[in-house]
Ligand binder design. Sequence first.
Ligand SMILES: Cc1cc2nc3c(=O)[nH]c(=O)nc-3n(C[C@H](O)[C@H](O)[C@H](O)COP(=O)(O)OP(=O)(O)OC[C@H]3O[C@@H](n4cnc5c(N)ncnc54)[C@H](O)[C@@H]3O)c2cc1C
Length: 404
Amino acid sequence: MTSAGPSVVIIGGGIAGLVCAARLGQLGINNVTVFDTGKNGPGGRCSSRSVNINGRIHIFDHSSQYFTVSDNRFAKIVSFLHSKQAIKIWKGDIGHLKKGKFEKDLTLTQAFVGTNGMNSVASSLASLINAKHNTWVSNVVWEDTSKKWKVDRYGYFDYLVIAHNGKCADKLMANAGVPAIHKLLQVRFSDKLNPKDQRMHLCSLWVLMVAFSRSLNLAYEGAHVDDRDISWIANNTAKLSETRSPQSPSNVECWTVISTKEFGSANKVPQENIPPNKAREVTNKMLTAFANVTGIKEGLPETCFTRVQLWGAAIPLNVTRGPDECEFDGIHNVGICGDWLVSPCIQGAAISGLSLAERIQKHAFKQGTLAQSTSLESAFRGTDMESIGCFPTDPKMIFNPPSK
Ligand SMILES: Cc1cc2nc3c(=O)[nH]c(=O)nc-3n(C[C@H](O)[C@H](O)[C@H](O)COP(=O)(O)OP(=O)(O)OC[C@H]3O[C@@H](n4cnc5c(N)ncnc54)[C@H](O)[C@@H]3O)c2cc1C
């Protein structure tokens, strides 16, 4: 869709970038293009894998596992996603596994998941906007004379949104002509936060997708785990099916196992090119840890599928300190959004995207103080989180699905 309003390019089609684009559209800015590297579609760290096991397609959530709600603005998005049947409430038991004992998380009000894997969230948002996937943007430059951003071979845009982090964003913005924005994007990879180092810290996590030939008959469906090597396990088969029938033609049970950040650092390799012997080693270690924490002493059933993936830039250990939920430079028409500006979770990414869209709209139409730049100060604070991110809840905020 084109319009007479300003043109906006968003680099990164994770939740932050997709929400930013959708909100810009709601605010009357429709000339928005999102570029994302995802081969099969946008989504970034909110995506799933479909795998053919013995002739049947099984879905694994290989990044985000579930999300919670504690913010009214995000609650509206959740309500929209539910109306589009993109999400559902995860009704199975979720909790903590300590020394082989499962304790249900009693602080958890509601957990949401994609109806067809977490990808449903991203594809529902992407259906509202102009998103181009399988596209890597490697060069952007601010042109002072035209007051526009030149973006690779894709032309000129009035506003640039950086909706990704890690090495890519650091490199992309190093010579873009906006040093304050680049400073914010500089990154350190570590499993430990060094509060003296005022840079974004990102940890790495391994994910094991494993299918067993029969059900493990565990009483819970998802658990944060107290273990040296693994930090989370979830039964995708139970999570994603409304009802499980013992007569189901497939007895295969698909699990996601996520490492600790320490294990991520200790076993780091190039994520695009994992050596086969490292993949085998990581698979074996994570399966051993899985057997230990679940207490399946007699040994795990036969596996019919295993695959590992390394998220090199998995979870931010710190977030920006300032009051703003995004950063925006109103001189050079460039903004940044992402989980690391609010809270490392789906809600945090969505709020950051919303916030940046509102800034851009105010700036474009010269409305009030939000039209100005944010502090652009590179100052960070640690977050209190599980290995796989934050799960903020508010007991007063319960979503009641409308009756059909
Ligand atoms: C293993 C794992 C488990 C997690 N579990 C949970 C959970 O259970 N609950 C929860 O709430 N959160 C969880 N998180 C965190 C959650 O996934 C993130 O907070 C959220 O998805 C971040 O969204 P984002 O839009 O900020 O960034 P991203 O999802 O990282 O999106 C950035 C996008 O930009 C793209 N990109 C990068 N460079 C370029 C380029 N040059 N050109 C074009 N595109 C580019 C990337 O491919 C990516 O798609 C988990 C994360 C991981 C890794």
